[in-house]
Design a protein around this ligand. Structure first.
Ligand code: IPM
Ligand code: MN
Length: 370
């Protein structure tokens, strides 16, 4: 019996993006063989090199083209010869906005065998999910200069949120907190009292209600209103600065964190370091009703281009998230398990050039253990 066919657009991107993407594709294909579904993949060269050659950042029809796919796999965007901001805004942010990928889902998970800089912490302590709002806040580009270039110049950049954006993000986060646990296997961070009260998971709102008294006041009010629809989720609030502190000192206090775009960007780099670095940190730009785009949370690491030393695990884990999103959750879990086996028994380090294997050998190891 032939399984479903999933149409995947592949954007390998710049620098080491193509190398890590090739390994993710290799693993996705192996998963398709094993679990009996088809992958119909098409590759697009929308990257910095194409921009340097053509002067066009992204074809006008790019978003419409991508809407015809079931999911997108992205390597990394960022070319050393292109001024910062052009590709980021013109490709990555443009696609996030035009495809309305309003969630950036970033698991912070320490795999077995991976070294964390947090002394004494083990995989059971570092296993939470950050739900970053992905199309609003400081990223909307609202702002401007006056008297640019003079001594008196003024720059303004606004943190903009409307109620709808905040609510849809919060609801998604509450759903994630429900999805991670069951009444029989509640989140281990809950107290006996919480469990007796019927809680199964926790959602922490990360904000700054003491200073950003408009934007995070809106988030805060919406959070507690929506919480009433999710009585099984324990609510928790943390200012963003304190969130950083606890992510380092007591990461086991977190189950799911939800936050705005800018805070989410910052805390997920911190989270990535605690789970072993950019080599293993995966993410997904999600439109729950449309096409989602999966990418390692790190950049294109151009200095390692073509050397075969970059760690493809972040791309492979992003591929696992893609499988989950297109409905192949069994395959997604199997890829995660295979990654855990390889990190737990083979890789010496997550750092580029220190894995003990080349980029493509790491992909092969994951395929073998799958
Ligand atoms: C990320 C990146 C992007 C962001 C940049 C490249 C625009 O840092 O995906 O976290 O800020 O969202
Ligand atoms: Mn970032």
């Amino acid at each position: 019996m032939a399984g479903k066919t999933h149409r995947i657009a592949v954007l390998p991107g710049d620098g080491t993006g193509p190398e890590v993407t090739a390994e993710a594709v290799k693993v996705l294909k192996a998963a398709a063989d094993k679990f009996g579904f088809e992958l119909d993949m098409e590759t697009f060269d929308w990257d910095g090199t194409r921009y340097l050659n053509t002067g066009e950042v992204l074809p006008e029809s790019a978003a419409d083209t991508l809407k015809k796919f079931d999911a997108i796999l992205l390597g990394a965007i960022g070319h050393p010869d292109v001024k910062p901001g052009i590709l980021e805004k013109g490709i990555l942010l443009k696609l996030r906005f035009e495809l309305d990928q309003y969630i950036n889902l970033r698991p912070v998970k320490l795999f077995p065998g991976v070294e964390t800089p947090l002394a004494g912490k083990t995989p059971k302590d570092i296993d939470y999910l950050v739900v970053r709002e992905n199309t609003g806040g400081l990223y909307t580009g609202i702002g401007g200069f006056t008297m640019k270039g003079t001594k008196g110049e003024v720059a303004v950049q606004s943190m903009v949120y409307n109620r709808v954006q905040v609510e849809r993000c919060l609801r998604y986060a509450f759903e994630q907190a429900m999805k991670r646990h069951t009444a029989d296997t509640p989140w281990k961070g809950l107290s006996e009292k919480d469990k007796a009260a019927g809680k199964i998971g926790q959602l922490t709102l990360c904000g700054k209600t003491n200073v950003l008294t408009y934007v995070y006041d809106l988030w805060d009010r919406a959070f507690y209103e929506i919480a009433e629809d999710y009585p099984q989720v324990k609510t928790d609030y943390c200012h963003v600065d304190a969130t950083c502190m606890w992510m380092v000192k007591n990461p086991e206090w977190f189950d799911v964190i939800v936050t705005g775009n800018m805070f989410g960007d910052i805390i997920t780099d911190l989270g990535a370091m605690t789970q072993g670095g950019m080599g293993i940190a995966a993410g997904g730009n999600i439109n729950p009703n449309g096409v989602s785009m999966f990418e390692p949370i790190g950049g294109s690491a151009p200095k390692y281009t073509g050397m075969g030393v970059i760690n493809p695990m972040a791309a492979i884990c992003s591929g696992a998230m893609l499988l989950d999103e297109v409905g192949e959750s069994e395959a997604a879990k199997a890829v995660e398990t295979a990654v855990a086996k390889v990190t737990g028994s083979k890789l010496k380090s997550m750092a580029a050039g220190k894995m003990g294997y080349s980029t493509s050998e790491v992909g092969d190891l994951v395929v073998e253990s799958l």
